[in-house]
Design a binder for this molecule. Structure first.
Ligand code: NOJ
Length: 743
């Protein structure tokens, strides 16, 4: 028999969850959250903090829950699943949650949709190479539309970790080395996933990860120790997180790493003081996979019970796969080591997001098998993937305008281990990508040329093997052809999680193959497919042209052929520095000057004695088939006060023979500060389109906000003094001027 008070509470709950109460107003959501919370038992509260995977990690890649999990859902002991999708599968589980569990609280289904679900878009670092936030937002929007049709309402993306070390395999998942570009991409993705209305049936909650500092792993080795100053942490690594929190990101994921001795999953300073108290974030934080359990090997918890205590008290709301909260929270509450208030706060944050997603109003809105059938891999999806892929390509070299290839070229040899690959273009962290949907480079070229050109194909060698038996046939094909398109790089599983590399060379014998082909005298167009900057000095010297294509997804071949034959003029720019040698890393453009900056005339300065200090390709670098000329840099004033803004303009002329897009980049340098400042800092950028012979005036505005940094006392301020302004086509080739900030 239900007690009288329970009946009253259930009645209030019914009222507050009913649709007639303008369900999405913030006030109503808070009232509804409280009404649900008031009804929950301690066990049910703990249940909301628990997330389990589907049967995916056993190697079956099934989307089924593991044995016994359905029963736990009906008992209200699971709040979320990951790696379970499909309209019917999620509907079945949601039905158990909302029909069998006592309080009918819907489940939230999370998945790593990093660059697409079934329709694979370019990997994130490739999308960032577009320097086009609106395009990246569109990509995320499409991904949300597709995956939400398959029952998913939460993606573990965007990954907004700044990465200054290309040895780190996860550099592929982010937007590179710069905090301003990274913030722009982070915000674009959050907007794309979440749309204007998180409660719509085709928008999904974003999850900023990995909070925080994960990209700073020592030596670029995944999961490794991170230790940097609070200033660098806040100015560089936290900046994209803060921007995306301000843009309304619903959730964050705590990272695996420690910073200065404190693993993120136990970091109260990070998860509560910075995130909640300073930034006013009111969504929830999920752990990374077993990251609560990993507090034991980190050496801050003696057992799983203490790990649970540290994590919840730090502000970590949901436990992904550690089993720490399920097993130990009741006991910790009984012992007073975790307070009921802390538990309630975490539950409240999770319920809030479930309400914002509209799950209490319609728990099945993502589970529509009809929509799923129509949406997945639709023409609209594939076209969008194609468009984004063309914009992600970066032209690294183009000797004497060798590209675009003449469409009348008679014989083309397409050579290399990645030339006909349909699996690798999907890249790491592709979700349900299927090689049979992928257009390879070879196929893309064949489609483009039809029967106008003879296309010869040879693999030449494997990606990482040592065998050279294939060289003979590849050399023969090169000899017969007018031009060689050489497709080399990394396999899809050489970057991504746990894929650090100690070298950045082309793996295996690929460079040897390139050298043999070069001996034929035939011009080489190198097409790179890879998840990180590579040290390709030889190719840079000898190839006629080089395209950085990263991993472009299902329309790889079409996008590359568009660029090779000039239907698309490449406009991508590198979001990360390419070093010449692995020994130069970490190498990033926004470094400090040091007390002894490199001076070739002075031995005792900061440089490598065996090689040089310059990168192979600097941050922001990328060519076009046309030529852009910069002129007439103007500042609205030579002096501004802190309340004034500075207008900066520059004229960009398309002086070449093609229409094209250019990313105009604005950097500053604060010449003297109470603490040292980087030699250059990107502050703004604009992508413009110029017809052949057209000139455009590009205008930027800098405000006091752009000049701020963390001073000696860790206050975020600007300081009066001289600043340099640089505007140009990359972080090195710029026009420059100066201005003074006065009080
Ligand atoms: C571990 C990864 O670090 C994280 O990025 C991912 O979201 C989770 N596993 C879930 O798959």
């Amino acid at each position: 028999m239900k007690s009288k008070s329970t009946v009253i509470l259930l009645f209030i709950f019914f009222l507050l969850t009913s649709k007639n109460l303008s369900p999405q107003s913030a006030k109503t959501i808070e009232q509804r959250v409280d009404s649900v919370l008031a009804l929950m038992t301690q066990e049910e509260k703990i249940g909301q903090l628990v997330q389990f995977t589907g049967d995916w990690d056993t190697g079956t890649h099934s989307t089924e829950p593991k044995a016994g999990k359905r029963e736990l859902v009906s008992e209200g002991k699971i709040g979320s699943f990951l790696n379970i999708f499909g309209a019917d599968m999620t509907r079945g589980l949601q039905k158990i949650a909302v029909e069998k569990s006592r309080l009918k609280i819907p489940l939230i289904f999370g998945l790593d949709v990093i660059h697409g679900f079934r329709t694979t878009f370019p990997v994130p670092i490739a999308e960032a190479s577009s320097w086009e936030p609106a395009l990246v937002e569109k990509s995320a929007r499409m991904q949300a539309i597709e995956v939400s049709a398959s029952g998913i309402n939460w993606t573990f993306n965007p990954m907004v970790d700044i990465a200054r070390d290309p040895r780190w395999g996860r550099i592929v998942e982010g937007s590179g080395e710069d905090p301003v570009l990274g913030a722009a991409m982070a915000v674009a993705r959050v907007k794309g996933y979440q749309g204007n209305d998180l409660s719509a049936n085709n928008t999904i909650a974003a999850c900023l990860k990995h909070f925080a500092g994960y990209g700073g792993a020592e030596g670029g080795r995944d999961y490794n120790t991170v230790d940097f100053s609070e200033r660098t942490f806040r100015e560089v690594y936290l900046k994209p997180f803060k921007a995306a929190v301000d843009a309304g990101a619903a959730t964050l994921m705590a990272s695996f790493n420690e910073i200065g001795g404190v693993p993120s999953s136990a970091n109260h300073q990070l998860l509560t003081k910075i995130l909640r108290d300073e930034w006013k974030f009111d969504g929830f934080v999920v752990s990374d996979w077993n990251s609560i359990g990993e507090l034991i090997p980190h050496g801050v918890a003696r057992d799983l019970k203490q790990a649970a205590e540290l994590a919840l008290n730090a502000g970590l709301d949901m436990d992904m796969e550690s089993n720490a909260y399920t097993k130990h929270l009741s006991e910790l509450l009984a012992e007073g080591k975790v307070s009921g208030k802390t538990l309630d706060e975490s539950v409240r944050r999770i319920l809030r997001i479930k309400f914002r997603l509209g799950l209490f109003d319609d728990p099945f809105k993502y589970c529509d098998a009809e929509r799923e059938k129509k949406t997945i891999l639709s023409k609209e999806m594939k076209d969008a993937a194609h468009e984004v892929a063309t914009k992600a390509i970066v032209l690294l070299k183009n000797e004497n305008g060798f590209l675009p290839l003449n469409k009348e070229t008679k014989k083309i040899a397409v050579i290399g281990p990645l030339a006909n690959s349909t699996a690798d273009p999907l890249g790491p962290w592709n979700q349900q990508g299927d090689a049979k949907d992928v257009v390879s480079v070879l196929q893309g070229i064949k489609n483009k040329c039809g029967d106008k050109a003879k296309i010869l194909y040879e693999e030449g060698c494997s990606i990482a093997g040592k065998e050279t038996d294939g060289f003979g046939k590849a050399i023969q094909a090169a000899k017969e052809a007018d031009v060689v398109v050489l497709v080399v790089g990394e396999s899809l599983d050489m970057s991504g999680e746990a894929r650090a590399r100690a070298t950045l060379d082309l793996p295996g014998v690929q460079e040897e193959l390139a050298k043999e082909i070069y001996k034929t005298g035939k011009p080489i167009v190198a097409v790179l497919m890879n998840g990180r900057p590579l040290t390709i000095n030889w190719l840079n010297e000898h190839a006629a042209a080089i395209l950085e294509t990263w991993f472009l997804g299902i329309r790889t071949g079409d996008a590359i052929a568009d660029v090779l034959f000039g239907d698309v003029n490449p406009s991508g720019k590198l979001p990360v520095t390419f070093p010449k040698y692995v020994g130069q890393v970490p190498m990033y453009y926004n470094h400090k000057n040091t007390g002894r900056p490199y001076d070739p005339k002075n031995n005792y300065t900061s440089y490598y004695a065996d090689y040089d200090n310059s990168p192979l390709y600097p941050f922001g670098y990328g060519l076009s088939y046309t030529k852009f000329v910069y002129d007439d840099l103007k500042l609205s004033s030579k002096k501004i006060s802190k309340t004034e803004s500075l207008k900066i303009s520059i004229e960009v002329k398309n002086n070449g023979s093609y229409d094209g897009e250019e990313v105009v980049q604005l950097y500053i340098r604060d010449l003297v500060g109470s603490v040292t400042r980087p030699v250059k800092e990107l502050k703004s950028f604009q992508k413009i389109f110029l017809k052949k012979d057209e000139t455009k005036k590009v205008e930027f505005t800098l405000t006091d906000e752009d000049l701020k940094f963390y001073n000696l006392d860790m206050n975020f301020v600007s300081e009066p003094g001289m600043f340099k302004v640089f505007v140009g086509t990359n972080s090195v080739e710029c026009l420059e001027d100066e201005f003074e900030l006065i009080n």
